[in-house]
Design a protein around this ligand. Structure first.
Ligand code: FES
Length: 156
């Protein structure tokens, strides 16, 4: 089955198109629309947007795989992204990761029916280290206890 934008995304696409000098510049907003629509970036949606924008599908794939916020596979309900860069590393990232592993039974890059656990580079909230991103929300100044409390609230 092929992919097409739903009505809302089609309207957004049509509104954005005249605002960009080259269709290639629309790749990022299209990737967001595709991810919101399907929950992840599928091969069929990349093929669709490649045709719409007249941009090689290899370019679409390159952009989608460069940014960690795009998911190329179906995701469970919660995506936990733990920052592993310097500030978070120095402020206790390893303890946060251990707390998550204990609470979920997952290791990095593993998933179950509720969670996927990833490590990512700096999320731009260094002043709140150690921190993680849960779906689209940032959780900062974490401790192992507050991290476990956060996850327990989600599992109920
Ligand atoms: S180092 Fe973790 S948010 Fe920047």
């Amino acid at each position: 089955m092929s992919f097409v934008f739903n009505e809302e995304n089609e309207k957004a696409y049509e509104a954005l198109l005249p605002r960009y000098p080259h269709p290639k510049a629309l790749v990022l907003p299209c990737l967001w629309m595709m991810q919101y629509q399907e929950g992840f970036i599928s091969t069929r949606s990349m093929e669709f947007i490649s045709k719409r924008l007249d941009v090689p599908v290899a370019h679409i794939y390159g952009v989608a795989t460069f940014y960690t916020m795009f998911n190329l596979e179906a995701m469970p309900k919660y995506h936990i992204q733990v920052c592993k860069t310097l500030s978070c590393e120095l402020c206790g990232k390893d303890e946060i990761l251990k707390a998550i592993e204990e609470e979920t039974g997952l290791r990095v890059n593993e998933s179950n029916e509720l969670f996927k656990l990833s490590q990512v580079e700096c999320l731009g909230a260094c002043g709140g280290a150690p921190m993680l991103q849960l779906n689209e929300d940032f959780h900062e100044h974490l401790s192992p206890a507050s991290t476990k409390e956060l996850l327990q609230g989600l599992a109920q």
